[in-house]
Design a protein around this ligand. Sequence first.
Ligand code: TRP
Length: 454
Amino acid sequence: MKNRDTFSSKIGIVAASAGSAIGLGNIWKFPYMAGKNGGSAFIIIYLIAIILMGYPLVYTEFAMGRRAKTNAVDTFGIIGNKKTWNIVGFIAVLTVFLISTFYMMITGWVIYYFYHSLTGTLYNLSSATDSVMHFKAIFSHMSSSMSIPLIFSMIAIYMTALINSMGIKEGVEKYSKIMMPVLFVLFIFLIGYSATLPGFSKSMHFLFRPDFRLVTPQVIIGAIGQAFFSLSLGMGALITYGSYIAKTENIRQIARQVTLADTIIALFSGLLIFPAVFTYNLEPTAGPSLIFISLPQVFLKMPGGRWFSLLFFLLVIVAAITSMVSMLEILITYVIEKRNWSRKTSTWMVVIATTLGGAVNIAGEGPLSYITVGGRTIFSWLDYLTNNITIPLVAVLTAIIAGWVWQTTRLNKELEIGAASSTKLDHYFNLLLKWVIPPVIVILMIALLLGAES
Ligand code: TRP
């Protein structure tokens, strides 16, 4: 095989992996999931899932990738020592493809909102119009159209592909190292402003005072699914990045930093969004349109809101693009190694496929939105199926293959390369991988299939 590229620095790996993890999942999805599922009870389950299931899977995926040094599909066959395991990798890669088709649509929506914050047209309403109606109209005008989301999501995917086409070191690593600090600065600035709003303390209550009566199997699997989605687990993302990590790096340490950064940004996104929502008496349960309909009303009312809006949507764009870079990288690495095409060719092939898939999603929200199955559009189905079925399935099989087939002794050996020897605590995390993650996920998936409908 040709020489594989590698990340050149630890900071680059952390930036790229945190860039993968921190995305729409943190800023757009986490707040509305928490809002819909009762706030703090959901958040507590989410945090438990992150620590007990997310973190061990993060370092496991990295270790599997570095060990196998190949694309996400073949990694499973190598680690499991049987080619049939490749099917798990295939489900992972298929999942990421499906996710990328709606992820690009939403990123397109965000770019549209950024653009209209910039020109001011987003906030151009006559004093007679009701602001709720105004933003609902803008959102439905955008999402029911075919051309607007398509154009804007193509901008998103081309920006992403340009980065991927330059390779791991010169593209992914280099741009992540620029974009992640920008993201953090924007974030801190926006949070600082949000903390001055009168609704801040109310949202602290909402986020951090649990009501466990609201917990159902659906809420639990929703929280676990969200934890995995947010950490980019169960999709071959960290396996792919792991395959570009040098043997001199300490994987556990990298995994800790990435997990921590992702969790902080998710929690802080809640703190960024809910004070505004409560200050202006909006519903925290608004769902996917939370940042597109509720938040702009807030921006409209608050002093300096237009600037806040501009920076907020810029923040979301930066977060989404670094995640899309990692999604495309999974697909590109796979295509390069399966077809033996150059990185450039592979990148553009992936872009074409994703754009076509994106167009299907966009049509499903727009001109074809009357076609629903069980009340769900295509996007809503893809989101539901990946989050509740394929991601947990791949996660469970990853835990089984790494913990039982490859076995934790070999996993540990890989983890100890580039690190000091493992501690007692590390040992307990491996036990989680073997004994806790598989049964918990399987039980929850069964509970879900038996009818705990969302
Ligand atoms: N983790 C990303 C987020 O929180 C989304 C994501 C899901 C992702 N699956 C992925 C990113 C696969 C990269 C690769 O928004």
